[in-house]
Design a protein around this ligand. Sequence first.
Ligand code: G3P
Ligand code: MG
Length: 247
Amino acid sequence: MSLPLPRWFAHRGGGALAPENTLAGIRLAARMGFAAVEFDVMQSGDGTPVLIHDETLERTTNGRGLVCETPDARLFTLDAGNGERVPRYADAVAACREYGLLANVEIKPATGFERQTAETVARRSSELWQGARVPPLISSFSLEALEIARDLAPQIPRGVLFERVPADWLSTVRRLQAVTLHCAARHLSDDVLAEAQANGIAVLCYTVNTENAAKSLFSRGVSAVFTDRLDLFVSETSAYKGLHLGG
Ligand code: G3P
Ligand code: MG
């Protein structure tokens, strides 16, 4: 399967320029001309897939406690920054479809919720992205989650996500029928890159927040990077639509 890959993904929605994993972030990325966004999806206490990175609410919202124990009636009243709400996955998909963004949907299960989060995200993804002009790319650090995505939503492309790429990564990619390899930029070796290139697997690196680092990775053969610094790469995005920071 060939997947058109933009070079830059806005990390956690709108990177550092908007509250992370919010609709405001996704909108900002689109307005800045980014063609792709990455966000993290976890289940609420009611089993609703929502955009959030941490298992706990404290860092990114004004709430307290575990996301997986927080009912929707409470979760959706919280402030996720600048008055933004924690978005439902369904609302993020609608925004991405509206703006024609490629979404890297990172399944981010709370510990012990791998199976049920992956089942929910896979099933909902099949419904929500049906007929989309730009299909999403599902990734996860959880190989169990990716197995479930492969089985329940085989038509949606998958990327295997590692911090450090293990020696047997290629057999994992094959077993999961994945099309991309995602990893931490600082741990990427030339051996892994060469093996990926020889096998037609695109490599995507997180989190790349300087121009020099991006340049060096692209020259080594990396296909795309996840960045928090949307401001650094805005002039290089394909459809710069004009940026009006602060309103
Ligand atoms: O998917 C790439 C990157 O988002 C993985 O790390 O912790 O920011 O979700 P994290
Ligand atoms: Mg992520």
